[in-house]
Design a protein around this ligand. Sequence first.
Ligand code: PLP
Length: 371
Amino acid sequence: MTFKELARPWVSGLGVYEPGRPIEDVARELGFQNAADIIKLASNENALGPSPKAVAAMKKAASQMHLYPDGGAFYLRQTLSRKLNVSPEQLITGTGSNELIEFIGHVFLDASTGIIMADKAFVVYKLVADLFRAHTVMVPMKNFTHDLEAMLQAITRDTRVVFIANPNNPTGTMVNQTALDTFMSRVPGHVVVVFDEAYIELLQPEDQPDCLRYVRERRNVIVLRTFSKTYGLAGLRLGYAIAPEDCIALMQRVRQPFNTTAMAQAAAMAALEDNEYVAKTRLMMRDGLDFLEDSFRKMKLDYVPSSANFVLVKVGAGRQVFDSMQRAGVIVRPMDPYGMPEYIRITVGTRAENRRCLSVLKTVLKSVISR
Ligand SMILES: Cc1ncc(COP(=O)(O)O)c(C=O)c1O
C-alpha cells in the first residue's frame, strides 16, 4: 500500500502554509551571485536584527547546550509574570505562537467543533482547524478590519474558538478597547476567545489595547504573544500564551517535554530587559511606515493604514509585481492566498531597505503598465 493510502484520509488534503521566501532560496533560483544583494521584506521580521543583549545571552548560553532545557521555562515565566502582572501559572511557552495555536487545536478542537475567524486574518488558524478536522467559518472583514458584531452573529452551538488577531496580519488593522469590551460582554460562555497579539509591543504602551484584563478576570480567553516580531527573534522560535490557570494546565498536557530551547529562553529573558532596542524598533517602524504610506499617497496607490510593521498596498497584478520585484532582489509578499490578488504586503525595513523597495516598486509598476 502507498503511504497516502495508509495515512489518515484527510491529511493529504491539508493546505500548506506559503511562507515569505527565504533569501537563500531566491538567490539560488534567480542566480544571484551574492545573497547580500537581496532584501527580504516579506515576513514582518525586525530589520534591526536581534537585540544585542539577546545575542550576548545566547553566546553565554552556548556552552550549556549539551543539557536539555527546562521545558517549563521557569525563569522566563517568572520574568514574564512580573512584567505582565499575571501569575506564572497563567503562562506557557511554545516554539513560536504557531505552536501555541496548535496546542489550542489539541485541547479544544475536533470534528464536532468549529472556529470563527475573519476572512483576511492570519491563515494558520484555518490550517490548524483543518488539522483537527474542525470546521472554519470565515467572517468578512469591514474596511479590512475584524467585524466583531458579525463574528458574534456567526457563533453557533458548535463554535469552540474565535480567533482575533490584533493588530491583524496581513491587514495591519486593529480593533479598539471599546469594541473588544463590547464583544467580550456578549460572547457566550461555551466559546474560547483567542487574542493573537503578535505585533502588540510595536505600539506605544498607551496605544495597546488591554486583553490581559480578561485573563485576570478569568474569562475564557487566551492571549498569544511572540518574540518573533518586536524582539527580533523569529529564528529562535519562541512565543507564549497567557490564559487562566486551568486553561494553561490543559495546554501544558499537550506540550512536548522540551519544546522551547534553552538558547531561546536565555535570549528572550535578555530581550525583555532591552528597552532601548524596543524603543529603536518602534521608532524604525513609525519612520518606515510614514515613509511608505506617504510614498503610496504620492504614487496614488491605495493602501491600508497600518498599526504594525507591514503595510498592504494595492498594485494591480499582485503576483506579477511580486515576481518582478523578486527578480530585482526585493522579496515582498503576494496576497492572492488571502483573496486579495491586487495587493502585496511590504514589511517595514531599514530606511535604506524601504527606499530600495520603493524605487524597485516604481520601476516594476512602470513596466507592468507599459506592457
Ligand atoms: C498574527 C500572527 N500570529 C502569529 C504569527 C506566528 O508567529 P511566530 O510563530 O513566529 O510566533 C504570525 C507570524 O507572522 C502572525 O502574523
